[in-house]
Each structure stands twice: as structure tokens, then as C-alpha cells.
Design a protein around this ligand. Structure first.
Ligand code: FES
Length: 123
């Protein structure tokens, strides 16, 4: 599956200067698989993704904590805030921003589309 095309090579020292990112959408679940307030772990081509249902709207973020790699879907979700089960950092699944915790990293966010009853993630 081709997702990214290298557009330009500036020099050997600075090999990659820009990318044209083309998302490929992959069906990962049904809307009925994830009730309001619930999370689901899915994998797409080896990438671990957390799908969260926040008040009927679905979001996709990386399912690995950027602190020390715990699986966030094993934690808790309250409104839009997922809390890591290991050291309790918390992140907003709608933005990927840190809410609280021992690091200042962001959680990668993926594009999510709803088509009928299917949830598709862009990766
Ligand atoms: S592994 Fe998640 S806060 Fe440390």
C-alpha cells in the first residue's frame, strides 16, 4: 500500500525535505463495536491505534503512551481524557495533547472517517 511519496531530495546531508502524505483509509471496526465512553485497540499494518467513542463521536490516536509505551486502551477514558494505566499521564483523544503527567509529549492523532456503520482510519 503506497501512502507517502518522496517529493524532493535536497542533498545527501539533508535527504528528505518534503513528503506528500496520502492517507489510505482502512476499515478497523463497526460503530456498534465501541459504545459511548468506550475504547478499542486495533492494529493497522503493525501500528497500534486506540479508537475512542466520546459522546457519540469517534477519535483515533496512537495506542502507546509516549512516556514509556504502555497500552493506553488498557487505561481509563473519562469524557475525552484517556489516562495511562502505568504512570497515569492523561491525554485528550480529540487533540492528542497532554492533559497531565510526567512528560510533555503529544499523542499522534489519526484521521478517522465514519462510512455507514464502518469506522475507517487514515494511516
Ligand atoms: S507509560 Fe504512560 S505515563 Fe508512563
Amino acid at each position: 500500500m503506497k501512502r507517502k511519496e518522496l517529493l524532493e531530495i535536497d542533498s545527501v546531508d539533508k535527504a528528505i525535505v518534503s513528503w506528500d502524505v496520502k492517507e489510505a483509509f482502512v476499515k478497523v471496526a463497526k460503530t456498534t463495536d465501541i459504545p459511548i465512553g468506550a475504547m478499542k485497540h486495533v492494529e493497522v499494518e503493525g501500528t497500534e491505534i486506540l479508537i475512542a467513542n466520546v459522546k457519540g463521536k469517534f477519535y483515533a490516536v496512537c495506542d502507546r503512551c509516549p512516556h514509556l509505551n504502555a497500552m493506553l486502551s488498557m487505561g481509563t477514558l473519562v469524557d475525552s481524557i484517556v489516562t495511562c494505566p502505568r504512570h497515569f499521564s492523561s491525554f485528550d483523544v480529540t487533540t492528542g495533547k497532554l492533559s497531565s503527567g510526567p512528560n510533555n509529549l503529544y499523542l499522534p492523532v489519526y484521521t478517522l472517517k465514519v462510512e455507514g456503520s464502518d469506522l475507517l482510519v487514515g494511516i
